[in-house]
Design a protein around this ligand. Sequence first.
Ligand code: SF4
Length: 272
Amino acid sequence: MIRCDKCNARAVIFQRYSGMHLCREHFDGDVQRKVREVLRKTGVFGKGVKLAVALEGEKSSSVMLYIIKRLFHNRRDIEMVALLVDEGISGYRPEALAHARSLAERLSVPHITRSFKEVYQITMDDLARDDRSKSPCPRCAQMRKDLLNSAALDLGADVLAVGNNLDREAQEIMIGFIRGDGNEILGLQPEPPQQKKIPLIKPLQRVPGREVALYAAAHGLSKHIPGGCPYLCDPLRTEVGKSLSKFEGKHPGTDYSLLRSKERIDRLKALI
Ligand code: SF4
């Protein structure tokens, strides 16, 4: 039996990037510590705040809501609302939404759902049917982002939390460089005028996807949705994801290094 490096109990995970074996209790503590550190850095929880949490029903956002609720359940000055988006994808979204709603209710977090149909007068099923030549996935992602932003603002939220985990963050950073978004990344070019943006936080950005999955399984937050989204198609992200996971296998800590590089760039941007 492999033992926890902190307490000698049975280890449930080996973190190659830290060289630590951890038992269930210390693994839980480690995940929650990473989330706490990210939240502390945002500086928004020192006072009363209204927090909108984007909840999709998959593992990452479910774990995010669960941990935030656990961390703040005694804070009466922190108001939480789960924000659900119905893109109108038959055979996929209804089940994910049902899981998201049941989790929000289990945690006593109020929830609201906004749909593509009510906001854009079109569903993803309509979009996919109308334009068979293109993948609707990138368009859906942008519409979803815009909808979350405006819904959170309408709710009077101060901040919006999204469930990007470390794998996702590393992919975003790499894709930004591959696509040549250097100007935006380095802040060398002002962003074009656009709709008002709510401050975004990513509480799971330091938690690897594998650990999110383990945490979700351990706390009954996993819900397998057979088949996944039928319109999922982002070849660049898929390739970047595979390459990064190979790198991480050979050079543990690669994803953290990418995140640190981005954080350094952000600090430099703040000084410009
Ligand atoms: Fe939309 Fe793509 Fe997500 Fe499916 S995978 S819900 S198409 S963004």
